[in-house]
Design a protein around this ligand. Structure first.
Ligand code: NAD
Length: 361
């Protein structure tokens, strides 16, 4: 059964469609586009092309496909150029359509290529990692990395529709599933105490009966927050709340060297640090922090860095974070499990203490 949820963004509104496989729905969508005379191309990565070899000919009938290397390195200027050249070679015009089939890397890269090519063509997302299903495919942030840092070039470009087919997760490596769980846990911590309690009772894995319901709940939360603050311009709260744990996590990812921790692993540690910050500010109890750490650990994610990391380097990374406003880093803080605020006046000493507690020296 297919269920739909609308991301409410006025004329840029779109549906998130949930189901086990969605092959028929995608094939019908492609057929409709073709019969309207529109060219449709697919972007994916080599792992997906191999792991889901049957999915492509079944769902994307008659669509030329570009297969790029898997991994974060693909969100580069070079591969971005390759995608644009492919669109041009396929003679994609303003009516052409790109479908990004993959994890956050393919969604971000494909979305940005669709935003830039001919100043914007339509694109669809078929997320295939847990992280992409609950987070990156929803909300229209697209982009690539520069040598100077992650996600430094990009655009807001909302998809036309997102097809969230949870059976695709069956081939996802366990470590990648765990990394996606960091974002799932984040939604419970920031917005939904009931979701947090449910995951506490029944840790989620790819076989869980509740998997599709949990994915859908996360998308509902993200859709609601994005609808209220599409471009993250709210002075307080808003879309920035989705960055719970990310100021710490991005610093860990960057200082360790990209690829040492998966994004979700760094966010797991970042969520533990954010819990400690919330405790130091007087909002959470030690028991809350313990609950949060137990939840992260139960989902095979770290709550401490694996090797000691230099505190100065981590604090420098925080200072350079994209979310710095008027020189002050903004942290997202829980006022209780399930409610959050943004906070710009966190003293450095307090942030340093949090970093020490997760293993910085
Ligand atoms: P990813 O796209 O690199 O995918 C992880 C790995 O899993 C890759 O090796 C991929 O080939 C493989 N894979 C994907 N689906 C598979 C499947 N079904 N079966 C087998 N293997 C599969 O990583 P990710 O974690 O999905 O995304 C991370 C990226 O998302 C980062 O670049 C991050 O910046 C971005 N991101 C963007 C947003 C946003 O709002 N746009 C939000 C969060 C993260």
């Amino acid at each position: 059964m297919v269920e739909n949820l609308t991301v409410q963004l006025a004329e840029r509104s779109y549906a998130l469609s949930f189901g086990a496989t969605l092959v028929e729905e995608i094939r019908a969508m492609v057929a409709d586009l073709h019969s309207a005379g529109r060219k449709v191309v697919v972007l994916t990565d080599a792992n997906l092309a191999a792991e889901q070899a049957d999915f492509f000919p079944e769902a994307f009938v008659g669509c030329p496909r570009l297969v790029v290397e898997a991994g974060e390195g693909t969100k580069s200027l070079t591969v971005f150029g390759t995608v644009l050249d492919f669109l041009a070679a396929q003679k994609i015009d303003r009516g052409g359509v790109l479908i990004a089939v993959g994890g956050g890397v393919i969604g971000d890269l494909g979305g940005f290529a669709a935003a830039a090519y001919l100043r914007g063509i339509d694109f669809y997302q078929v997320p295939t990692t847990l992280l992409a299903m609950v987070d990156s495919s929803v909300g229209g942030k697209t982009g690539i990395n520069l040598a100077a840092g992650k996600n430094l070039v990009g655009a807001f470009h909302q998809p036309q529709q997102v097809f969230i087919a949870t059976s695709l997760l069956q081939s996802l490596p366990e470590r990648e599933f765990a990394a996606g769980m960091a974002e799932v846990i984040k939604y419970g911590m920031l917005y939904d105490a009931a979701l947090f309690a449910e995951l506490e009772q029944n840790p989620l894995n790819v076989q869980s009966d509740s998997l599709s319901a949990v994915v859908r709940r996360c998308c509902e939360i993200k859709a609601k927050i994005v609808a209220e603050d599409e471009r993250e311009t709210a002075k307080e709260g808003g879309r920035a709340l989705l960055n719970l744990g990310h100021t710490f996590g991005h610093a860990i990812e960057q200082v360790a060297g990209y690829g040492v921790y998966l994004h979700g692993e760094a966010i797991g540690i970042g969520l533990a640090a954010a819990a400690r910050l919330s405790q130091k500010l007087g909002h959470l109890t030690e028991a809350d922090v313990q609950r949060i750490e137990a939840m992260i650990t139960a989902h095979q994610l770290p709550v401490r860095v694996r090797e000691p990391m230099a505190l100065d380097d981590l604090m420098n990374a925080v200072a350079l974070d994209k979310k710095v406003r008027a020189g002050l880093p903004r942290f997202v803080v829980m006022t209780a499990i399930g409610t959050t605020i943004t906070k710009s006046d966190v003293e450095s000493a307090m942030a340093e203490a949090c970093f020490r507690e997760i293993g910085a020296v």
